[in-house]
Design a protein around this ligand. Structure first.
Ligand code: F6R
Length: 613
C-alpha cells in the first residue's frame, strides 16, 4: 500500500514531510525516506523500518531549510524491506527523485531494456524503473519526460517527482492509486491520503485517474497525462478530524478494510493473468514445469481465517488441476507423523507471515524435502524468507484484528495458483481458464457496486439479532468454508457463540440444537448443490428455526424457506461466488459487534500476529 507526501512552499519542507509520513504510517512501515534539493543537488535520507529511525537519522545528520521535498513510507511489494529498496529512488546521475505507491506491472521488461541501454539499477523495486525512464526521456522538459514515461508503464501509480533542473516544481501524477492535493496559502501539498494534510490545510483536491499536477509555492496546475490538456478539479473542504480521516471516514479500520476488498482482489491478480488468452504468470513459483507435473499432493497449511481460504482452494485445485489437496491446521500438522516428501508441495498461507504454528509446520515440511511456496501479505516476513518462493497477496496493511481484506486477497492468490497448476498440467483448456479469469476480473467491480446495499441489509438485520447468544452458519461445497469464516468473524469480534457447519451434516447431530433462540445463517448460492442446500434449510425451518438466508438476486424460491434474506449479486460462474458471499458475513459480524458495543478493531484476548504457540 505505501504512503507518499510532497511539499512545495516557503517553509522548511522536512518537518511537514515527517509529520505527514507519521500520519500515513498505517499504510506501511517497512521503510521510510525523504528527499529534497539543496544547493542545486538532490539530497535524500532513507532508512529500513519505521519512521522513528528516519527521524533519528535526520536529527543526527542532514538538516535542511529547503522549502520543497517528497517523502515515502513503504509497504513492500517488490523487493525486501531494506534501505536500498526504500524510496525515494533516483536515476543514474542523481538528477531526479521519485516516490511511488502502486505496482508497475511491466517493470521487469522495462528494467531489462533500460539495463541494456546502460542504466544502473540499485534496488529490486518496480519504482526505480520510473526514475530511469524519466531520465531516459529527459532533455530539458521534466513534465514532458514524466508524460512519456507514464505512457510506457502499465499498472497503478501515485507518484511524486523532483528534478534538480527546476527546483521549485513538484510533479504529481496518479492512475488507480490514491493521491490528493492540498491547497494552502503560499504552499501546496500532495499525499496518499487526507490525514497527512489536515494539520496544514482542509482544502483538498482529489486527483482523478490520468491526472498530472505541477505544484509550486504559488499554485497547482492540473493536466491530463496523455493529452496535456488542462483540467479543473474542484477544491473540497474537509470537515473530518485527523483520527476519522485515517480511517477514511469509516468508523473502524475493519469496516474500511472490508470496503478495500475490491482493490485488494484487483491488486492481487493484476499483472498475473491474461483474460483473453487464459494465461497465468506466476514466476514466484520457482519450480520447473516438469517438477510441477510430478507433484503428487499439495498441503495447504494455515491457521484461522487463512485456513478457511485454504479450505476453499482445495475445491478449486482438485477440480481444475486434479491434484489431491490436504488442508492442515498448522497447529495439528506440526505434531503428527507427516507423510510429506519432495513430491508434496507445501503452501503455507498467512497474512502476517509470522504465525508461529504455520512457520513451524513450514520448517518441518522443508526438512522433509518438500518444496514450499507461501501465500503471504507481508513482504520480507519470516514465512516468506524461509519459503522457496512466495505469491504475495497485495491487500496492503491490515490493521483490524479480524482478517477481512487479507482473506479475499488470499482467495485471489489461491484461485490464480489453481489455474496456474491447471495450465502447467494441461488439465484445463485455455478457453476454460480464460472464462475463469474473466470471472475473477469481474469480482472487484461486483464487490464495489454492491457493498453498500449489502452493508445496509446487514445493518438492518443486526438491529434485530444483536442480542442473540448463539448462531449457526451453514453452507455446502465452496461455501462450507465460507460458513466457517462467517462464524469465526462473529465469535471473535462480538463474543457470540457461533458455529459453522456443512449443511449436509446437520441431520447427523447438530439439528438437535435448532430452536427459536439460535438463528441460522444459510448460504444459498445458485450452484450445483443449490437444491440440496434448500432441502437442508427446509429441514431447519420445519424444526421452527429462524433462517437468515444469503441468496442471489433473482432467486425467489429461497423466500419460501427463509424469514430473512440478504441479497448478493448473481453470477453465472460458480467459482467466484465465495468472494461475494463473504461480504455479508463480514458485515453482519461487524454490525452486530458494533451494536453490542464491542471493541471491533481490537477484540479482547486477541492479537493481530500470533507469534507464540
Ligand atoms: C481471524 C484472524 C486469525 C488469523 C490467524 C492466522 O480474523 O485474523 O484467525 O487468520 O491468526 O494469521 P495469519 O494469516 O497472519 O497467519
Amino acid at each position: 500500500m505505501c504512503g507518499i507526501v510532497g511539499y512545495a512552499g516557503t517553509k522548511p519542507a522536512l518537518p511537514v514531510l515527517l509529520d505527514g509520513l507519521a500520519r500515513l504510517e498505517y499504510r506501511g512501515y517497512d521503510s521510510a525516506g525523504v528527499a529534497w534539493i539543496e544547493n542545486g543537488e538532490i539530497q535524500r535520507t532513507r532508512c529500513q523500518g519505521k519512521l522513528a529511525g528516519l527521524r533519528e537519522l535526520l536529527e543526527n545528520g542532514k538538516r535542511s531549510e529547503c522549502p520543497i521535498g517528497i517523502g515515502h513510507t513503504r509497504w513492500a511489494t517488490h523487493g525486501a524491506p531494506t534501505e536500498e529498496n526504500a524510496h525515494p529512488h533516483t536515476d543514474c546521475t542523481k538528477s531526479l527523485v521519485v516516490v511511488h505507491n502502486g505496482i508497475i506491472e511491466n517493470y521487469y521488461s522495462l528494467r531489462e531494456q533500460l539495463k541494456k541501454e546502460g542504466h544502473k539499477f540499485r534496488s529490486e523495486t518496480d519504482t526505480e524503473v520510473l526514475a530511469h525512464l524519466i531520465e531516459k526521456h529527459l532533455k530539458d522538459d521534466i513534465i514532458d519526460a514524466v508524460r512519456k514515461t507514464l505512457s510506457e508503464v502499465e499498472g497503478a501509480f501515485a507518484m511524486g517527482v523532483l528534478w534538480k533542473g527546476e527546483p521549485d516544481k513538484l510533479i504529481a501524477a496518479r492512475k488507480e492509486s490514491p493521491l490528493v492535493l492540498g491547497a494552502g496559502e503560499g504552499e501546496n501539498f500532495m499525499a496518499s491520503d487526507i490525514p497527512a494534510l489536515l494539520p496544514y490545510t482542509r482544502e483538498i483536491i482529489f486527483l482523478e485517474d490520468g491526472d498530472l499536477a505541477v505544484l509550486t509555492a504559488d499554485g497547482i496546475d492540473i493536466t491530463r497525462i496523455d493529452t496535456g490538456e488542462p483540467v479543473n478539479r474542484e477544491i473540497k473542504t474537509i470537515s473530518w478530524d485527523a483520527t476519522a480521516a485515517e480511517k477514511a471516514g469509516f468508523r473502524h479500520f475493519m469496516l474500511k478494510e472490508i470496503y478495500e476488498q475490491p482493490q485488494g482482489v484487483l491488486n492481487t491478480f493484476r499483472g498475473r493473468v491474461i483474460p483473453e488468452t487464459g494465461e497465468v504468470d506466476l514466476p514466484e513459483i520457482e519450480l520447473a514445469d516438469e517438477d510441477i507435473r510430478k507433484i503428487s499432493r499439495i498441503v495447504l497449511l494455515a491457521c484461522g481465517t487463512s485456513w478457511h481460504a485454504g479450505l476453499v482452494a482445495k475445491y478449486w485445485i482438485e477440480e481444475w488441476a486434479g491434484i489431491p489437496v490436504e488442508v492442515d491446521l498448522a497447529s495439528e500438522f506440526r505434531y503428527r507423523r507427516l507423510l510429506v516428501d519432495e513430491t508434496v508441495l507445501t503452501v503455507p498461507i498467512s497474512q502476517s507471515g509470522e504465525t508461529a504454528d504455520t512457520l513451524a509446520g513450514l520448517r518441518i515440511a522443508k526438512e522433509k524435502g518438500s518444496p514450499v511456496i507461501a501465500i503471504c501479505n507481508v513482504v520480507g516476513s519470516t514465512i516468506t524468507r524461509e519459503s522457496h518462493g512466495t505469491i504475495y497477496t497485495h491487500a496492503g496493511p491490515e490493521i483490524g484484528v479480524a482478517s477481512t481484506k487479507a482473506f479475499t486477497s488470499q482467495l485471489t492468490a489461491l484461485y490464480i495458483l489453481a489455474l496456474f497448476l491447471a495450465q502447467v498440467k494441461d488439465t484445463m483448456s485455455a478457453e476454460e481458464r480464460s472464462e475463469k479469469i474473466h470471472a475473477l476480473t469481474e469480482v472487484p467491480r461486483l464487490m464495489e457496486k454492491h457493498l453498500e446495499e449489502i452493508h445496509q441489509a446487514c445493518t438492518d438485520l443486526s438491529d434485530e439479532f444483536y442480542q442473540y447468544r448463539d448462531f449457526l452458519y451453514l453452507g455446502r461445497h465452496l461455501h462450507f468454508p465460507i460458513a466457517l469464516e462467517g462464524a469465526l468473524k462473529l465469535k471473535e469480534i462480538s463474543y457470540i457463540h457461533a458455529e459453522g457447519y456443512a449443511a449436509g451434516e446437520m441431520k447427523h447431530g447438530p439439528i438437535a440444537l435448532i430452536d427459536r433462540n439460535m438463528p441460522v445463517v444459510a448460504l444459498v448460492p445458485k450452484d450445483h448443490v443449490y437444491d440440496k442446500m434448500v432441502s437442508n434449510v427446509e429441514e431447519v425451518r420445519s424444526r421452527r428455526g429462524i433462517i437468515i438466508a444469503v441468496a442471489e438476486e433473482g432467486d425467489e424460491n429461497v423466500a419460501r424457506v427463509a424469514q430473512h434474506i440478504i441479497r448478493v449479486p448473481a453470477t453465472t460462474e460458480q467459482s467466484i461466488k465465495p468472494f461475494i458471499f463473504t461480504l455479508p458475513l463480514q458485515l453482519i459480524a461487524y454490525e452486530i459487534s458494533f451494536a453490542r458495543g464491542c471493541d471491533v478493531d481490537q477484540p479482547r484476548n486477541l492479537a493481530k500476529s500470533v507469534t507464540v504457540e
